[in-house]
Design a binder for this molecule. Sequence first.
Ligand SMILES: NC(=O)c1ccc[n+]([C@@H]2O[C@H](COP(=O)([O-])OP(=O)(O)OC[C@H]3O[C@@H](n4cnc5c(N)ncnc54)[C@H](O)[C@@H]3O)[C@@H](O)[C@H]2O)c1
Length: 483
Amino acid sequence: MGGGIAQVAAVAGFDVLLYDLSPEALERARGRMADFLARAVEKGRMTAAEREAALGRVAVTDRLTGLAACDLVIEAAPEDLELKRGLFRELDAICRPAAILATNTSSLSVSEIGALTGRPERLVGLHFFNPAPLMPLVEVIAGSQTAQATADAAFDLVVRLGKTPVRAKDTPGFIVNRVNRPFPGEALRIVGENVAGVAQVDRIMRLAAGFRMGPFELMDLVGLDVNFAVNQSVFRQFFEEPRFRPHPIQARMVQAGLLGQKTGQGFYRYEGGRIMGGPVGPSPESGPQVESRVWIDGDRWREAARTAGCRLAAEPAGADLVLVEAVLRPTTEAAAAFDRPERVVGSGALPGARLVTVAPGMRTAPEAWQEAFRFFRSLGLDVEVTHDGTGLVAERILCCVINEAAWALTEGVASREHIDTAMKLGTGYPLGPLEWADRIGVARVLGVLEALQRDLGEDRYRPAPLLRRLAAAGLSFGALMHG
Ligand SMILES: NC(=O)c1ccc[n+]([C@@H]2O[C@H](COP(=O)([O-])OP(=O)(O)OC[C@H]3O[C@@H](n4cnc5c(N)ncnc54)[C@H](O)[C@@H]3O)[C@@H](O)[C@H]2O)c1
């Protein structure tokens, strides 16, 4: 990370001194910078002269005292508090009193690191994302004693580096590593409860929710060990808050050495960096005409069904297939309200999604859910058939992410805009979680969380009070005046 940050600063026109204990690490960093910028020249992103000038602005040293003249020191040493303690104690003695000290820590407390120095008011967190030259986001973290002027100077510096800064309070995981926890965490629970399989969850999150990668593809890319370490750290720092509890599936895989792409196997098997036999894409062609008389609970699919030439029944009693929504309650529960529950099939789809999740209930006949599959295919939609479960897949994962964002907003970790920006730029979310909440509807998000809490009896689903207040007031996150 240190080499990447140094490159960003040099390209932005700053004189940079790169320090590492290991001369080999310095050499490697220089080589990587030279290669990266050579490719930038090839692609026409910078001129050869600009590359030479940027490289010329980077000097290296393996002596910490060399940093005495710096105005700002960004520490990116290994994530070990004892190691950082020694480093900051020395830096404090070496650097000018006016110099700002910054840490790139992803999981340690900025306030605690500040307290290791004699200048906690001039210590700030600058959390870059990997790889620093490509990732646009930097979280600027004010510790308990960080002066406003220090945080402001760090914020301005990030802008001068050509990056997008967001302000975050010093709380475990800051914004991104906290709000993103349910993305893999809830996916693991869905698989653990046998609601859906790994490839199904990934496909649903890509096609129904628009993510570039599903949670399991992402865990395999990042490394299961890395993801597990972040989960454990955030869980411990929140004093075992159930929302952050790691999942045993992940622990077992780490113990088995199935760490993802880097070991050739994680949730998927890899050969030459590619998933064997996948990932699974959209279904190829539209389905055949559905002959059954269909009764649809609610208006969602009626117009599309008429246009596609389906025969719609006026009453459930006269229908061969009864389609109910199965997000706020499982299909089996919804089906209990109908005579002949074997004809009842549940489904769920996010607003505007091109993939529908179909979930047979315990008494649904196979012909009924197969007909439901054909029905949605005849509307030109992709379909994934899962087991019955509250919230199904996409809404369950998204509503838990939204809930975490709402808790973070409630606790003043960051503003509404900065939470959404951080999630879009730091993890590539197609929409910010609070924007998602407004698209889905705050009342519905609240409904999904309450249903999960009721169905699974777990505290991790308790909704942030802010969601309840907004729903009661009929407001959206977009309407919040002081977000
Ligand atoms: N890798 C990421 O994805 C990522 C993302 C954001 C933040 N971070 C944070 O950045 C920091 C560094 O992470 P990394 O992945 O680059 O680690 P790394 O292990 O790849 O690099 C650390 C470097 O520090 C050097 N080093 C070790 N001990 C030292 C010491 N006492 N003094 C000076 N240098 C020393 C090592 O030689 C090595 O070059 C950590 O705090 C980490 O949490 C990492």
